[in-house]
Design a protein around this ligand. Structure first.
Ligand SMILES: O=C(O)C(=O)C[C@]1(C(=O)O)C=C[C@@H](O)C=C1
Length: 357
């Protein structure tokens, strides 16, 4: 390609960039006016955001992929929303955790993220209105449910407003090159077990595995001591300037974590929604069947069913159920009315759009 051709294309890009700037600012002005119309009400509308992102993917004809286009629009909406009112999102810190990555995936880079020292604390700051939303892990494809998040949802006044699905890549990180002199590996217990086959094959048995409160905390500890390594993701590696001795060491190649977004808000229907419920059965034979039956009879599809020991009594259980559809829809309304008669306890944790990106 000649220099002349190159500069023709660059001139074209400059002209397009001018149009993009104008169009983005037109879009932002509309968002700001929408913010004025909302007044002091809730500015974040996850159902609308899901519709915008789905539409962007459907309209896209390439060469950029639908996923890439949706990610760009996520950031555009994040910046537009910040003009209405900047949001603060609580997550299990310190900086660089997968929870923070999930918060940014859902709210974009214009939102402020607030690191909390536990999932409990992250719920508390939103309940106390010090932050607007909490993003908390709820299940991992390899390790299953995150019990603490499930337990907190039983009593919190917060509602689920959204879900974030994040591919989890773990790396072995260290301050210095090579494995010589390595005495211990820090990570969160879930990450240690997500990588345990790799660890068995690739590290001597005498290297201790130490579980700590988060992967980012593991990276912080590894950054202080050359005889330690950490298992953590890209953000933690970058934050603590660690070298990656081995990449993508998770045993399960599709290792994915699902996070929930919770806030003081009930979300309207987006057209493609999920509803999460927590139900408990009276302690007698066949009770479980009586819980599932009203859902099946009303044609409500169940995505997930997870049992957890109830805090109330020994050998009593609560069931976390995800179903398709919005709580305002007729099938779910009918099923919930029937469930109220047979269940010992039913709580709608929230209806929210199915993750688009
Ligand atoms: O439609 C709205 O309610 C807006 O505030 C605009 C907008 C957007 O940028 O498209 C921004 C934030 C909301 O969460 C949803 C959408």
């Amino acid at each position: 390609m000649s220099e002349e051709q190159l500069s023709q294309h660059r001139d074209a890009i400059d002209a397009i960039d001018e149009q993009i700037i104008q169009l983005l600012n037109q879009r932002a002005s509309h968002a700001r006016t929408i913010g004025e119309i909302k007044g002091s009400g809730i500015v974040y509308r996850p159902e609308r955001e899901a519709q915008v992102l789905s539409r962007v993917k459907a309209l896209n004809r390439g060469p950029l992929s639908g996923e890439t286009m949706a990610k760009l629009f996520r950031e555009i909406m994040s910046a537009c929303l910040a003009l209405e009112r900047p949001l603060t999102i609580a997550y299990l810190g310190p900086e660089g955790t997968f929870s923070q990555a999930a918060a940014i995936k859902q709210f974009g880079h214009a939102a402020h993220t607030m690191a909390c020292c536990s999932i409990d604390e992250a719920f508390r700051v939103v309940e106390a209105k010090t932050a607007d939303y909490v993003v908390a892990p709820v299940e991992n494809s390899t390790e299953g449910a995150v019990g603490r998040t499930l337990d907190l949802m039983v009593n919190t006044p917060l509602k689920i407003c959204g879900e974030v699905v994040l591919r989890i890549h773990h790396h072995l990180l260290r301050k210095v090159e090579g494995k010589a002199g390595l005495q211990r590996v820090y990570s969160h217990a879930q990450s240690l077990s997500q990588c345990h086959e790799w660890l068995n094959k690739n590290l001597p048995a005498e290297v201790q595995r130490v579980s700590v409160s988060s992967n980012a905390e593991a990276a912080r500890l590894a950054s202080l001591d050359e005889s330690s390594a950490a298992i953590a993701g890209d953000a933690a590696a970058e934050n603590y300037a660690l070298l990656s001795l081995a990449q993508n060491i998770e045993d399960e190649p599709n290792n994915t974590t699902r996070f929930l977004v919770l806030g003081m808000q009930e979300v309207g229907p987006s057209g493609r929604d999920k509803t999460s419920l927590v139900i408990s059965a009276p302690n007698r034979p066949g009770a479980l069947h009586t819980l599932v039956e009203p859902l099946a009879r009303n044609g409500v599809s169940m995505d997930k069913f997870e049992s957890r020991p109830s805090r109330a009594g020994l050998w009593e259980y609560v069931f976390f159920v995800d179903v398709e559809g919005h709580v305002s829809g007729a099938p779910l309304q009918a099923a919930l009315n029937e469930l109220a008669d047979v269940a010992a306890f039913v709580k709608v944790l929230g209806s929210y759009p199915v993750a688009v990106i």
